[in-house]
Design a protein around this ligand. Structure first.
Ligand code: HEM
Length: 427
């Protein structure tokens, strides 16, 4: 081997030539081929891969949409109609992208729920989790700006309501809002910069996802039992076990996405956005897309703008510090008799907030919004630390392999604890 060259074991001579100089193939083989992965993953562990594929599809369809879209307040709406009616398969690309935003949030919300339920945010994965929260924030900003681009009524008024939130900041608030708008109201400069940023941010997300996955490969994955890998008997190589399992989930996911695109493409959208933006006519209710509804409900839960805005940002901010709020030494809810009830209750709470966000704030809706907002913060700031102190966890299994392998005489190699490991049993 010449000095400075990497010793590649790739068989194909051309690929080996490349790999000795830039060992990407060896790196991929190490990180996604032989990478030791806990053998007890359930289908919740598909969602990171699904999110990665969704991100790629969103970028690809977005680039093609941008080829025919015009970011000008006088032409944006009709350029979208042009994409839908005149551009070859423009309708398909747009519907994949439009529904893709919803699919992306469904996948990422389930991904976050998985992390909450199995305690994936705890030591040593705190930074991995925090990078996830950064991704979530970037996704929200991207989706918000993307929704403005078709320049329909909801695009315009949604942009007006949300940008106006910054006016709640004392002293400099109004200046910040005008700076965001590039004028004295939402208008052409706003649309231009939103288009520019909507194109840029997904690439930033790709960068943070890369760091997210690097951090994951340093600590290794958590698993449904939430206990550490004790040795090779607890793991399987990522390929073919999890490449195949991820592919199964991906097929199901793409079928669901396709069902929306081909059979109910506008179900998740708002019909009001089919009316061109009209700065002189405010819609009766300005309602965000479904994935923002819980946060919108939190914003409106108190009759004070500054406090509402503060609470809305705090609802995401609290996720950043979650690793330090949870005082339980046990990760997985499977062994936490109380917390395993609280986490699904939080999901119910988020659905209630979603309901509140979608309805006019009057009567029962106001009360429900306040109770659900209070519960959201109580969950993280009070229940999570307290339950960690007082709950008695169930006994943890000795190892990952122990509960899932057959008892002796079933073949395979011996493992500590007397059970026998059979490589295929986890599949
Ligand atoms: C574009 C969005 C995202 C992508 C592409 C992504 C990608 C991934 C991938 C590929 C994995 C490994 C496979 C898996 O465990 O499912 C993973 C793991 C993880 N992600 Fe994400 N992620 C995203 C957003 C988030 C968000 C928003 C959070 C949390 C707020 C998060 C928290 C985590 C955690 C804690 C793990 C480790 C899970 C474990 O080992 O149990 N991710 N992510």
């Amino acid at each position: 081997m010449a000095a400075g060259l990497f010793k590649s074991e790739v068989k194909n001579p051309v690929l080996r030539w490349v790999d000795t100089r830039l060992p990407l193939i060896t790196m991929m083989q190490k990180e996604y081929g032989s990478f030791p992965t806990p053998r007890n993953f359930n289908y919740f562990w598909n969602f990171g891969a699904l999110a990665t594929v969704t991100l790629m599809i969103m970028i690809m369809t977005g680039v093609f949409l941008a080829m025919n879209y015009t970011p000008n307040a006088n032409m944006a709406f009709s350029s979208v109609q042009h994409i839908m009616r005149d551009v070859n398969y423009g309708w398909l690309i747009r519907y994949v992208h439009m529904n893709g935003a919803s699919m992306f949030f469904i996948v990422v919300y389930i991904h976050i729920f998985r992390g909450l339920y199995y305690g994936s945010y705890k030591f040593p994965r705190e930074l991995l989790w925090m990078l996830g929260v950064v991704i979530l924030l970037l996704m929200m900003a991207t989706a918000f700006m993307g929704y403005v681009l078709p320049w329909g009524q909801m695009s315009f008024w949604g942009a007006t309501v949300i940008t106006n939130l910054f006016s709640a900041i004392p002293v400099v608030g109004q200046s910040i809002v005008q700076w965001l708008w590039g004028g004295f109201s939402v208008g052409n400069p706003t649309l231009n910069r939103f288009f520019s940023l909507h194109y840029l941010l997904p690439f930033l997300i790709v960068g943070v996802v890369f760091l997210h996955v690097v951090a994951l490969h340093i600590t290794g994955s958590n698993n449904p039992l939430g206990i550490d890998v004790k040795g090779p008997q607890d793991t399987l190589p990522f390929h073919p076990y999890y490449t195949v399992k991820d592919s199964v989930g991906l097929c199901v996911f793409l079928l669901i996405w396709a069902a929306f695109v081909f059979f109910m493409p506008n179900l998740l959208g708002d019909t009001i956005n089919s009316i061109p933006a009209n700065p002189l006519q405010t819609p009766a209710d300005v309602v965000p897309e479904w994935y923002f509804l819980p946060f919108y409900a939190i914003l409106r839960s108190v009759p004070n703008k500054v406090l509402g805005v503060a609470l809305m940002f705090a609802s995401i901010g609290v996720l950043f510090v979650l690793p330090w709020l949870d005082t339980s030494p046990v990760r997985s809810c499977r062994f936490r008799p109380i917390y395993r009830i609280l986490v699904p209750l939080l999901v119910v709470d988020l659905f209630a907030l979603g309901y509140v966000g979608a309805h006019h704030p009057q009567g029962f809706v106001v009360l429900l919004g306040r109770v659900a907002t209070a519960w959201y913060f109580l969950h993280f700031l009070v229940f999570t630390p307290l339950v960690g102190w007082f709950e008695t966890p169930l006994p943890l299994p000795e190892s990952i392999a122990k509960p899932i392998v057959r008892k002796p005489h079933s073949g395979g190699g011996p493992i500590p604890g007397g059970a026998v490991a059979k490589p295929m049993e986890n599949a």
